[in-house]
Design a protein around this ligand. Structure first.
Ligand code: SF4
Length: 393
């Protein structure tokens, strides 16, 4: 059964410059209508679930919702689903949107994991990302959470930020560890087409220098945008692996580190190709071998649910070749790798296909598992493409 539930909350105070997630500026009446529609969707999907193992409320900025909306959402979850005894309930939060009363409300509703989008502890870098919070606000929010006694806190960090240096990345990493989170995610900033950052970089390349974005603190560029070069970004990733590991964090997925016992069970289910249900605008589901997606149009999402229908816009059965590819590229995100026996049972001669890549040091075999080596991890996408070619995909 798909006992893993993702809920998308598509509201933020303001769009970060690098953001390509589904999020629109927060508006109370729209958010109220959205939560009511979301509760209808959860009610329509409750028969698909036996006993929920994890809930992940992501976004967007779920912590931006009013206390009434959050209470309504959790009440609806409790009414519609049975929770397993050791359920993991994560809520993503932005430092500037957390108060003690909101944290208490989340915890009293059973939330036992908070994922905080810190990104950097350097104010210049936060401005360059267009984040709405300062480093001080991040410290203060985390301090508020720690005072409640919650142990399962994840911090998101970014490297490869315009203007970032190895020194500032090391400082942010060590400030993060200094707060003793149970989990750290470290993602490389990749300016995606369609984001404000992508446009700014291209304008800056054609026509440097560019003027400041605004007087209102919309962003941090007052000159040409300098992205760290590929070599520096790779060194930053290397530093993350060495440093977080030396501090006791297990590097269990390409970008994720956890203290023993604190791996994110919800995300592990994705990488294990487990089934899951998505609810909310743009949310994906994977049930009985089919992947589907809800409309990204928030007003349509609300309207369709007002008619009592699930607002699905895409749905397709995963072919056997697609399933094998997913097994490889999702499984190899885990540093433990994929089972060789399982690959062979699916008809793949994975070791033969990987032979040269193993000889070149990009993969290694440990017992029944094939995994990306330290040399292969930073270039995982390119290596997996080569592996697909050798497998004839
Ligand atoms: S907080 Fe996250 S979802 Fe919201 S705009 Fe920034 S990056 Fe996008």
């Amino acid at each position: 059964m798909p006992d893993f539930l993702y809920i998308h909350i598509p509201f933020c105070i303001r769009k970060c410059l690098y953001c390509d997630f589904l999020s629109v500026p927060y508006n109370k009446s729209l958010a109220d209508a959205y939560i009511s529609a979301l509760c209808r969707e959860l009610h329509l999907k409750n028969h698909l679930v036996l006993r929920l193992q994890t809930i992940f409320v992501g976004g967007g900025t779920p912590s931006l919702l009013s206390e009434d909306c959050l209470n309504q959402l959790f009440k609806c979850l409790r009414t519609n689903f049975i929770f397993s005894d050791n359920i993991e309930i994560t809520v993503e939060a932005n430092p500037a949107t957390l108060s003690r009363s909101k944290i208490d409300l989340l915890l009293s509703n059973g939330v036992n994991r908070l994922s905080i989008g810190v990104q950097s502890f350097n104010d210049t870098e936060l401005k360059a990302l267009g984040r709405i919070h300062s480093s001080r606000e991040a410290f203060d929010s985390i301090d508020l959470i720690l005072k409640t006694g919650l142990k399962n806190i994840s911090l998101d960090l970014m490297y490869g930020i315009p203007g970032q240096t190895m020194k500032t990345w090391q400082e942010s990493s060590s400030k993060a560890v200094g707060l003793s989170p149970s989990h750290i995610s470290a993602y490389e900033l990749t300016p995606e087409k369609g984001t404000q950052l992508y446009e700014l970089i291209n304008t800056s390349k054609k026509n440097p220098p560019i003027p400041p974005l605004s007087k209102g603190g919309e962003g941090g560029f007052s000159d040409k945008i300098i992205m760290p070069d590929e070599g520096l970004a790779l060194s930053m990733y290397d530093h993350a692996i060495d440093y977080f590991s030396s501090c006791g964090y297990e590097h269990y997925e390409i970008s994720n580190f956890a203290l023993p016992g604190f791996r994110c069970r919800h995300n592990l289910n994705y990488w294990d190709r487990g089934q899951y249900i998505g609810a909310g605008a743009g949310a994906h589901s994977f049930i009985n071998g089919a992947r589907s997606k809800n409309t990204e149009d928030i007003n349509k999402y609300i309207e369709i649910l007002n008619y009592g229908t699930i607002p699905e816009v895409e749905s397709s059965i995963v072919t056997s070749e697609e399933a094998l590819k997913e097994f490889i590229f999702l499984g190899l995100r885990k540093t433990g790798g994929i089972s060789i026996a399982e690959s062979e049972n699916s008809g793949l001669d994975i070791i033969e296909a990987c032979k040269e890549l193993i000889d070149e040091g990009f993969f290694e075999v440990q017992g029944d598992f094939l995994r990306l080596s330290r040399k292969g991890l930073p270039v995982s996408n390119a290596i997996i493409v080569k592996l697909f070619e050798r497998l004839g995909f």
